[in-house]
Design a protein. Structure first.
Length: 354
């Protein structure tokens, strides 16, 4: 990517890279040396800079803390076999970030600022991009309100920040999940399609209850009937039913996942029927009983493709088939990895060099 913006860069004199153990990359724990920061004041974005990663002071009256004007993205950069670094579908994340900003009454980020901030930051911290199988540089762009004001109204000032961390797998074994039939992640007309911090905070209590019962995650169902699947935990959910790839259609309560979209594109490339529609828990359990539920998995940037091994439904656990080497989810995992690391042609132009 060509630099068209001048971003003031202050490099650290004390890199922490030597302390990183590339064999033990724990999600979200160790951050790269630098971060990108830009502030919104007086109606414009100003003072874009790359600075050493570190704490940021906030007012105790900060309106993001009190009223939740805070949004984020999750994306990844990969190193190919020649050592070149590329981002996976960054324009999709950029568009979704601004859709979240609009929903939360926050200012939009210009494309040039988002993309240049990303690419210049990753070039400064290029040595932090891991290359072990299954690893990547996880990138977390986020924006929060910075007014110190307790009146309830959209803040007038904001900060946009990008931090990055080298990561391995988010889930390292097949998941146990259960349908959630009491609590709700989001209702139609709510903010479930946006990546705002509150969606994740509000999901923690029902998820904790499921975890106390031995599950890793929930499968959220719709707010009015608890009948139709929405998402699974921090991921979208995809099923293979009788040879068809089936997933809940997008709505205002479902996040428009970039991995979801990519996996559906691969299915279409491979000539598999794809159905984006309402999918009920009853339909899935009946398909399982009839031997037609071939695969169930979550898809997300952090989770990549996470197979579901057990599903809990109305107090009982059901085992799902184990994906074989020829299963759709295994083939999609391999294909995505090959595209991301330059080992297969990028026919959709998903990769963007930094
Ligand atoms: C992601 O997959 O990037 C997410 O944002 C999910 C989660 C880690 C919050």
């Amino acid at each position: 990517m060509l630099d068209t913006l001048t971003i003031r860069t202050q490099r650290t004199t004390a890199s922490r890279l030597q302390q990183l153990d590339p064999e033990r990359l724990e999600f979200g724990k160790t951050f790269s040396d630098h971060m990108f920061v830009v502030d919104y004041r007086d109606g414009e974005w100003q003072d874009a800079q790359i600075v050493p990663y570190g704490d940021m002071p906030v007012s105790p009256a900060n309106s993001a803390l009190h009223y939740g004007q805070s949004i984020f993205e999750g994306m990844k950069a990969y190193k190919n076999t020649d050592g070149d670094i590329a981002l996976f579908r960054p324009y999709d994340n950029f568009r979704r970030f601004n859709a979240s900003a609009e929903r939360m009454c926050m200012p939009l980020i210009p494309e040039e600022l988002f993309m240049q901030g990303l690419s210049q930051l990753i070039r400064v911290d290029n040595a932090w991009v891991p290359d072990a199988a299954g690893s990547a540089l996880y990138i977390r762009p986020f924006m929060f309100a910075t007014d110190g004001f307790l009146g309830v109204r959209p803040s007038e000032s904001y900060r946009f920040v990008i931090i990055t961390c080298p990561v391995g797998l988010y889930y390292n074994k097949p998941l146990r999940v259960r349908f959630e039939e009491r609590y709700v992640r989001s209702a139609e007309g709510g903010a479930g399609y946006a990546k705002n911090a509150g969606n994740y905070g509000a999901a923690m209590y029902p998820t904790k209850l499921a975890q106390q019962e031995g599950y890793n995650q929930l499968i959220w169902t719709d707010a009015s009937e608890h009948r139709y699947v929405e998402e699974s935990g921090t991921m979208n959910a995809i099923f293979v039913v009788d040879g068809k790839v089936v997933t809940p259609a997008l709505s205002t309560s479902i996040l428009d996942g970039v991995t979801r979209r990519s996996v559906l594109d691969l299915a279409r490339d491979w000539g598999m029927p794809v159905e984006e529609r309402k999918v009920s828990a009853v339909e899935l359990m009946e398909a399982l009983a009839a031997g037609k539920l071939e695969e169930a998995f979550g898809v997300g940037t952090a989770a990549t493709i996470a197979p579901i091994a057990v599903v809990g439904y109305q107090g009982q656990d059901y085992e799902l088939p184990t994906p074989g080497t020829n299963s759709f989810s295994t083939r999609a995992t391999t294909a995505l990895h090959a595209i991301r690391t330059g080992q297969a042609p990028d026919t959709h132009n998903w990769m963007v060099a930094v």
